[in-house]
Design a protein around this ligand. Structure first.
Ligand code: PMV
Length: 315
């Protein structure tokens, strides 16, 4: 082919961050309006990449892009394309280090673009295994949740080392509002903090983790039954547990309060916490707009609205 593209999406953890580390289930969803597109074009000579952080030959990519470079080298080997000249352009709407799975989404888009360009079919299993090459370099010991969500067209039910299942749901009128605090998420710091709390104060922390697991189970049921009121309550309850575990902060707490004062059915931090984003569930589009505006006034650097009307489309 002369040109091919691959797409992927931002991931948002709806329920189960932190408790997922301890074997509890998590629910994550792809956010279609926040996407990555990778485009490959055939050129006369060279192998070049154009992205937010680098513009030039693939073999001169910087050390902080080693994950994606290693992936590209692997793909050109695998597809017998060592000598094929190409330009690879990556356009990403995802902010990095906000718990939205930026690196995994980039990897998924690039893999899809390569396979489309060389007209080779790609299974979901293969896609996730290839994305792991990049994620292991960028994140050390990834759970796989980011790639599973970035490549999905539906929410994911995820249990570490066990289950990665796409789940169907139907919430025809509500929307999720996502607000970026502008502060980098601090995954390893937040994960260590929860771990220390479990070691030092198990009587406090253990029940909170157990409850977060139960909340995810109940939320799955509420999703299936389109029960947005219950989902909202479960989100607020999750936020309380996460705050008690120490991973919220003043900005995230304030955003949750502001969302709820503006008709959100519930709100919580998403991802590691100590920064990153907050999500709020809105009953309808008008409420979502109001929540989004209020969160920007309260200091959110960016907001996005994911409507669930006709949510499922194929990736
Ligand atoms: O903010 P993120 O995307 O790094 O999410 C972290 C989620 C945790 O549950 C806190 C850690 C993990 O590895 O699952």
């Amino acid at each position: 082919k002369e040109k091919a593209t691959g797409k992927s999406y931002a991931k948002i953890i709806w329920f189960g961050e932190h408790s997922v580390v301890y074997g509890k289930p998590a629910i994550a969803i792809p956010i279609y309006s926040v996407d990555v597109t990778a485009t490959i074009r055939r050129i006369n000579a060279g192998q070049n990449i154009h992205c937010r952080y680098f513009d030039g030959p693939v073999d001169q990519m910087a050390e902080n892009l080693r994950g994606i470079k290693t992936l590209i080298d692997h793909l050109t080997n695998l597809l017998g394309a060592k000598d094929v000249a190409f330009d690879l352009t990556i356009e990403s709407k995802l902010p990095s280090e906000r718990g939205m799975g930026s690196s995994a989404a980039t990897a998924i888009a690039v893999i899809r673009a390569f396979f489309a360009f060389f007209e080779v079919s790609l299974t979901r299993d293969m896609l996730l295994k290839l994305a792991e090459i990049e994620e292991k370099i960028t994140h050390g010991n990834p759970s796989g949740l980011d790639s599973a969500t970035a490549s999905s067209s539906m929410p994911i039910w995820f249990i570490k080392n066990e289950i990665n299942e796409q789940i169907d749901f139907n919430l025809p009128t509500s929307s999720l509002v996502i607000a970026d605090s502008g502060i980098k998420g601090k995954t390893s710091e937040a994960v260590s903090l929860v771990h220390s709390n479990l070691v030092d104060q198990p009587e406090m922390a253990d029940p909170l983790i157990q409850q977060l697991g139960t909340i995810a189970e109940t939320a799955r049921q509420a999703l299936a039954e389109a029960d947005d009121e219950t989902l909202g309550k479960l989100m607020t309850q999750s936020q309380q547990n996460l705050a008690q575990l120490g991973v919220s902060n003043h900005t995230l707490d304030t955003f949750c309060q502001v969302a709820c004062q503006n008709h959100a059915l519930g709100a919580k931090l998403t991802g590691s916490g100590l920064g990153g984003c907050v999500i709020a569930l809105a009953k309808n589009q008008a409420d979502a707009q109001q929540i989004s505006t209020a969160l920007r006034k309260a200091g959110a650097t960016q907001t996005w609205i994911q409507s669930f009307k006709n949510y499922q489309f194929s990736t």
